[in-house]
Design a protein around this ligand. Structure first.
Ligand code: ZN
Length: 472
């Protein structure tokens, strides 16, 4: 018997409890993962893989959980710095402060860059390696610069494509003169802008991607919807759009279209395996089949679902859609009062509260494979398997939230879901080490975010937020 000569690899991850998310959802422990360039080349039992590879660098996971990087399928990344500006549900438009729409319209490219960089560090620490920006960044280049600098993968779209505003009156906080002045709801502008971010897909090896997005929620004409779907089909990318954040708006859309919304959209030819709808807090019985039979992806944003009293009015059907074979991903939406890693934890508990048998393993599926498909990157992401990109998270084994750790999948989602990432690889590069970003200076990122917020307060003529008196 001859023993094969070991192959070279760039990174060998050893002594790991690997949640592979492969077709059998195999957990390999102790396991190892070999990486060459941006690609995973092998995963398996430690003893086997260690024999097969000679590594340039080795990461000892110390028995910690290793999982595919999470995908946040809906994050308004430029809004990360609005924390503290708004209490409760900013989109209601109530309260003494600015409207959320006015706050957004006041963002400069520098503010967007600062917010995105802050969000990226937070994401990495919570095990999120990819996010989908849903066409709400005014300057996608500013966001791209920040995500590239920190090393997080993202998919970008053109800002605010909308050409009808009548239904937006149901959510007054999300519409304002200043926002409409900055991104006019005009069909010509939108039709010209469509596809402006798809050039990012020319680099097949990079961490920047492009998709097609419409703002949605009844703000797109049939013509714009058809044009966007046709472009997504031609370009092999996802068409992404909000629908069903607010129940009153969903009812207004039904009255406007005189049909259930997803039936109307199915008739228009908008549903499909490359269509990803966000929120979907209302799904009628006659909409279930069109959604499931077309393979349309659904992004559940648990905190947004909670934020308007929606659970008291409408039981979510997204855990049911997942159980019936639909593709469900998770999203943060605006991280106004939550962190980048909360959506899985919230989904687990909201699903249980709504009477579903959703377990941590289902939530992990949504965070990885479901997310990868919802952003149109299922070939590259979502599992730790040979041939996929090396977007890998190593969780700290030495924190109380990871103990006792006898049931790793449940432990990770239910207790260890916080900022417990120790080492993170994105596209084969180590971008987080010992919980700190390796490519960017976090002190500078934090200072930039604080400076941006003070500028915004002055620009919006706001006092320092907070209810209690401050003494210097
Ligand atoms: Zn959103």
């Amino acid at each position: 018997m001859t023993i094969a000569k070991p192959r070279d690899c760039d990174v060998l991850l050893t002594n790991a409890c690997v949640l592979t998310m492969d077709v059998n959802h195999t957990i390999v422990s102790p396991g190892a993962v070999a990486v060459v360039g941006h690609t995973i080349v092998a995963v398996g039992p430690q003893a086997e893989i260690a024999q097969q590879f000679r590594a340039r660098s080795t990461i000892d996971a110390r028995g910690g959980i290793v999982h595919p990087g999470y995908v946040d399928a809906h994050l308004h990344v430029n809004a990360q710095t609005c924390r503290g500006f708004f209490r409760g549900d900013a989109s209601k438009g109530a309260g003494s402060g600015p409207k959320y729409a006015d706050w957004k319209a006041a963002l400069t490219p520098e503010d967007e860059r600062a917010a995105a960089a802050l969000a990226c560090v937070e994401m990495l620490r919570h095990g999120v390696t990819t996010f989908m920006e849903p066409g709400s960044a005014f300057e996608p280049d500013a966001v791209a610069a920040a995500t590239t600098a920190v090393g997080v993968r993202c998919s970008l779209a053109d800002p605010y494509l909308w050409d009808e505003t009548e239904l937006m009156r149901a959510i007054p906080g999300l519409a304002s003169d200043s926002l409409f002045a900055r991104v006019p709801p005009e069909r010509d502008r939108c039709l010209k802008a469509l596809g402006g971010q798809l050039f990012r897909n020319r680099d097949k090896d990079g961490i920047l991607h492009g998709h097609v997005a419409l703002y949605g929620e009844g703000t797109a004409s049939d013509e714009l919807l058809r044009a966007a779907k046709a472009l997504a089909d031609r370009s092999g990318v996802v068409l992404n759009s909000h629908i069903g954040y607010d129940i009153d708006l969903a009812l207004a859309m039904e009255r406007h279209w005189q049909k259930s919304r997803f039936v109307y959209l199915a008739d228009l030819g908008i549903l499909g395996p490359n269509t990803t709808f966000v929120h979907m807090n209302l799904i009628r019985e006659d909409e279930v089949q069109p959604i499931l039979s077309t393979g349309t992806s659904m992004v559940w944003c648990p905190l947004a679902y909670m934020s308007r009293g929606t659970p008291l009015r409408q039981r979510t059907r997204l855990p049911e859609m997942k159980q019936r074979g639909g593709n469900v991903a998770l999203g943060t939406d605006s991280a106004r009062q939550c962190s980048a890693g909360d959506s899985g934890f919230l989904a687990l508990h909201l699903a249980a509260e709504a009477g579903y048998s959703t377990v941590s393993e289902d939530v992990l599926d949504m965070l990885t494979l479901g997310g990868a498909r919802a952003v149109g990157l299922a070939d590259l992401l979502g599992s730790i398997e040979a041939g996929k990109r090396a977007d890998i998270v190593v969780r700290r084994p030495d924190v109380a939230e990871m103990g006792p750790g006898v049931d790793p999948a449940h432990q990770l989602v239910s207790v260890g879901h916080g900022a417990t990432a120790d080492t993170v690889l994105v596209n084969g590069r180590i971008v987080l080490e010992a919980g700190e970003p390796t490519q960017a200076d976090f002190d500078v990122i934090l200072t930039d975010a604080r400076t941006s917020v003070q500028r915004m307060l002055r620009r919006l003529d706001m006092p320092q937020p907070g209810l209690w008196p401050r003494v210097a």
